[in-house]
Design a protein around this ligand. Structure first.
Ligand SMILES: [Fe+2]
Length: 157
């Protein structure tokens, strides 16, 4: 599996979430690119950044689902939790000297594609409806202020 490009089939119809998914894809690609140099410090830094960003993204997503009164929130949270555990497991193996970055890259890629196209797509309607109620266009690219900007800043600043 090589460089991974985001395409419209990954869209959940909510720009702010699509953009976060794109950022995670960038981290995964970065991991793939640097893994060939076996630069431990660099790989460690990307792994940490990837994990931090993913944790923020998942918490942001959970807030959106909660706000929308999404009925499968608890099940979705469990899936997120097991994903974070999976990243931790890989980080640990890396710390123990295993060269896992290629494997991790493929694993994350498969997990994320599957998760976006199934579980995330499932909350699409509920979250879009919640945003419409707040008079926010789900596909608005540049959220500067208002409720959604405040929520984003809570997790990403
Ligand atoms: Fe999710």
């Amino acid at each position: 599996m090589g460089y991974w490009r985001w395409d419209a089939s990954f869209s959940v119809g909510i720009a702010i979430i699509d953009n976060q998914h794109k950022r995670i894809i960038e981290y995964i690609n970065e991991l793939g690119t640097i893994s060939i140099y076996h630069d431990k410090a660099k790989i460690r830094a990307v792994l940490a950044a990837l994990k931090d960003y993913t944790v923020s993204h998942l918490a942001f997503e959970e807030s959106m689902m909660e706000e929308a009164g999404y009925r499968k929130l608890e099940a979705h949270k469990q899936i997120h939790l097991s994903f974070i555990e999976r990243i931790n497991f890989f980080k640990e193996r890396y710390e123990n000297g295993e060269d896992i970055s290629q494997q991790l890259m493929m694993d994350l890629q498969m997990w994320l594609v599957n998760h976006i196209q199934h579980e995330d797509t499932d909350y699409k309607e509920a979250v879009q409806a919640m945003l419409h109620k707040r008079e926010i266009s789900p596909m608005e690219e540049h959220i500067k202020d208002g409720w959604l900007a405040t929520l984003r800043d809570k997790f990403f600043k």
